[in-house]
Design a protein around this ligand. Structure first.
Ligand SMILES: Cc1cc2nc3c(=O)[nH]c(=O)nc-3n(C[C@H](O)[C@H](O)[C@H](O)COP(=O)(O)OP(=O)(O)OC[C@H]3O[C@@H](n4cnc5c(N)ncnc54)[C@H](O)[C@@H]3O)c2cc1C
Length: 410
């Protein structure tokens, strides 16, 4: 009897998880993993600044799904079967311990993404997965006799009983062509997780300054986000910006990344409490310079620029801060408006939104509803999460489900 052949296309996080799970659950099958580049798991290598943010310490499947601007509803059932705690256990069972940082992100205790790569490669080899690098899949057809025929970049062809597409983000429509040729539809690719370009000189003068928590609002896209902010040489970055960009990926694309951004530098205060604080300072330190008295947690450098941007003179003392000046300062602190004129360069975009349309899949098995024997996992789908380990978790979960289903033939 000939062995069933299962081919996983794409040697990234999703492809590895699927191939390992499949081979471990179907010892009688031949499982091949094909990667077109020389290196497996290249994105894992560079992820999380070289540390690999494997998942997020949120162990409630439903709550976890709320971190996905696209895919939230579809992922409920998958996460009920394999969630962040299962990822932690999976790696622990193979000798890799994860640790949790204060913001919930989970990394290997070694702080080195090579630990994850070594673990995945050795688990794949141990399970009997045949790994082929330099082996791109250029076309997939369905012979009348059944199954699949794959045309490889090596010039060879290969037949398969089941095929998993784990080819990563469809940054360009061409990257989704294997799925389209097999009858699937692509939601158009649009960047997600990017930073904002703002050409305001006083902001750029603050490059390198970070603020623990701000509130951002993009009224035209009806978006609001809180979190840490980082001033860069080209504008604004940091978790609050990346999250806003993920939730607004389609709307911000539609306005060509030109929109007003409001920054509340002191979200713990409101107009009333802040006005009372400014008044208190006026009475307590009348002779002190306004520019020398930052309100925590704003740094001295940022405060000085905000005071200047509010139109207050550098030698203004609290006693001379009139009603109009106080109003201008309040406005600047709670509602600085910046014109965003673009997004960061492509190389900084971590994730693509768009990909294979979700209603064409069965999310219990990750099987295609339009092409029998075809499965999908990872970023090739129209699923993307905010930063913090959510994108890898989607890859582990969908890979695990697809691997198990391909093994059992469901
Ligand atoms: C700089 C950076 C940092 C990131 N950091 C994090 C992080 O810390 N935490 C997090 O959760 N997410 C992070 N992400 C996102 C995360 O890396 C991706 O969501 C995840 O890698 C998706 O896994 P995947 O297996 O679906 O796709 P990929 O990792 O993109 O793998 C797809 C593979 O398929 C191969 N391939 C494509 N087409 C073919 C073909 N026709 N034939 C054969 N092979 C093919 C590609 O070469 C690639 O190796 C980061 C992304 C980037 C770019």
């Amino acid at each position: 009897m000939t062995k069933r052949r299962i081919v996983v296309v794409g040697g990234g996080a999703a492809g590895f998880f699927a191939a390992i799970t499949c081979a471990e659950n179907a010892p009688g099958a031949e499982v091949l993993l094909l990667e077109r580049t020389p290196n497996f798991l290249a994105k894992v290598k560079i992820s999380g600044g070289g540390r690999c943010n494997v998942t997020h310490a949120c162990f409630n499947a439903r709550e976890f799904t709320t971190r996905y601007p696209r895919g939230e509803r579809a992922l409920i059932s998958p996460f009920q079967q394999f969630q962040a705690s299962d990822t932690v256990a999976w790696f622990a069972a193979r000798g890799v311990e994860l640790k949790t940082e204060a913001d919930g992100r989970m990394f290997p205790t070694t702080d080195d993404s090579s630990t994850i790569i070594d673990c995945l490669v050795s688990a794949a080899l141990q399970a009997g997965v045949k790994l082929h690098a330099h082996c791109g899949v250029e076309a997939i057809t369905r012979p009348v006799a059944g199954g699949f025929e794959l045309t490889l970049s090596t010039g060879k062809t290969l037949t398969a009983d089941r095929v998993l597409l784990a080819t990563g983000g469809c940054r360009t429509a061409a990257l989704g062509q294997l799925a389209v040729a097999l009858g699937h539809t692509l939601e158009p690719p649009v960047p997600s997780l990017f930073t904002f370009q703002i050409a305001v000189p006083w902001l750029r003068a603050l490059a390198g300054v970070s603020v623990e928590e701000v509130e951002l609002a993009a009224p035209t896209a009806k978006l609001r986000e809180r979190g840490p902010l980082l001033v860069t040489h080209w504008g604004l970055s940091g978790p609050a910006v990346l999250r806003l960009s993920a939730w607004g990926a389609r709307d911000l694309h539609a306005c060509d990344y030109q929109f007003p951004l409001l920054v509340n530098w002191l979200p713990a205060w409101n107009e009333e409490t802040l006005a009372a604080e400014l008044q208190r300072r006026r009475l307590a330190h009348p002779a002190k310079l306004v520019t020398n008295a930052p309100i925590a947690p704003l740094s001295a450098r940022l405060w000085e620029q905000l005071v200047a941007a509010a139109g207050l003179a550098p030698d203004l003392r609290w006693t001379a801060l009139g009603r109009a000046g106080q109003h201008q300062l309040l406005r600047k602190l709670l509602r600085t408006e910046f014109p965003v004129t673009g997004k960061s360069l492509n190389k900084d975009e971590f994730v693509t939104c768009g990909g294979v349309r979700l209603n064409e899949l069965n999310f219990k098995t990750m099987a295609s509803k339009v092409c029998h024997g075809l499965y999908f996992a990872g970023e090739v789908l129209d699923v993307d999460g905010i930063t913090g380990g959510f994108n890898f978790q989607a890859a582990w979960t969908t890979g695990w489900l697809a691997g198990r289903a391909m093994a059992t033939g469901s």
